[in-house]
Design a protein. Structure first.
Length: 262
């Protein structure tokens, strides 16, 4: 559904999702899937920081990837984009947002199809009210999963409310990816217990909407970190962030900290 497309054209510096449609000697042509009708071009110098001998070692036809917009021609609907300027963290986050958007769009599409409502009606009842409240529908749908009921600002009749709840339960609630690692924390000073408690408390704050983190003692100085997220890449990132936060706090207090994967 085009209703979730943010605008008619991308912005300079924006991260965009593109699908490779043609690989040529000096670069790659890409369809910008979030902006119908827009084409991106990746010059060979913007593919990698390393010397590129064979473009297809990095990008192939029909491959979906994250790019950064460098320049654009609005009239021609063409943009110069870069692969090498996208960090690993940016790529992970953008792909996660994209996949979540696809799930939301599927819910909206099915809601319109099964209720006999037009996309415009669904847009006015759900997308626009959420946007006015600076809410993403994915986060709203997660809250609905947790509470089992729709927020009061959703003015839907009984049949439409029940259908929406049914679709959210089916399309949004997906199997979580769980990862775990062992964290070794020790502080020799007298306030060591308080420092470690603070580190764990701060580590738990890293979780985003729909994500879970637990940190449990398994015998001093070892603690088990367990994280759950929608995607494996996000779960790995989450695990690293939790460990980094805990390690930072313990080391600042003069303690020792180490992450042991697995």
């Amino acid at each position: 559904m085009a209703e979730l497309v943010r605008s008619d054209s991308p912005e300079i510096g924006e991260l965009v999702i593109g699908v490779v449609k043609r690989v040529e000697r000096y670069g790659v042509y890409v369809d910008l899937v979030e902006y119908p009708g827009w084409e991106g071009f990746v010059h060979i110098s913007e593919i990698s920081l390393k010397w590129v001998r064979n473009i297809r070692d990095y990008l192939r036809e029909r491959q979906r990837e994250v790019f950064k917009v460098l320049r654009m021609n609005v009239d021609a609907k063409q943009a110069d984009i870069s692969l090498r300027r996208v960090s690993k963290k940016e790529r992970t986050q953008k792909l996660l947002e994209w996949k979540r958007t696809q799930r939301v769009m599927r819910v909206l599409h099915l809601l319109a199809e099964r209720s006999g409502r037009s996309p415009e009606e669904i847009n006015s009842m759900l997308v626009e009210p959420a946007a006015k409240r600076n809410l993403t529908l994915y986060d709203v749908f997660l809250d609905i999963l947790d509470s089992g009921k729709l927020p009061t600002w959703m003015k839907l009749d009984k049949n439409l409310s029940e259908l929406l709840l049914e679709l959210i339960k089916k399309e949004i609630k997906l199997k979580k990816i769980a990862l775990k690692a062992t964290l070794k924390l020790s502080v020799a000073s007298g306030n060591g217990v308080e420092v470690i408690r603070k580190a764990i408390k701060e580590g738990l704050k890293v979780a985003g909407k729909g994500e879970n983190i637990s940190i449990t003692a398994i015998g001093s100085p070892r603690y088990l970190i367990r994280v759950e997220a929608d995607e494996e890449s996000r779960a790995k990132e989450l695990l690293e962030k939790v460990a980094e936060r805990c390690i930072e706090i313990v080391r600042e207090a003069g303690g020792k900290a180490e992450l042991v994967m697995g």
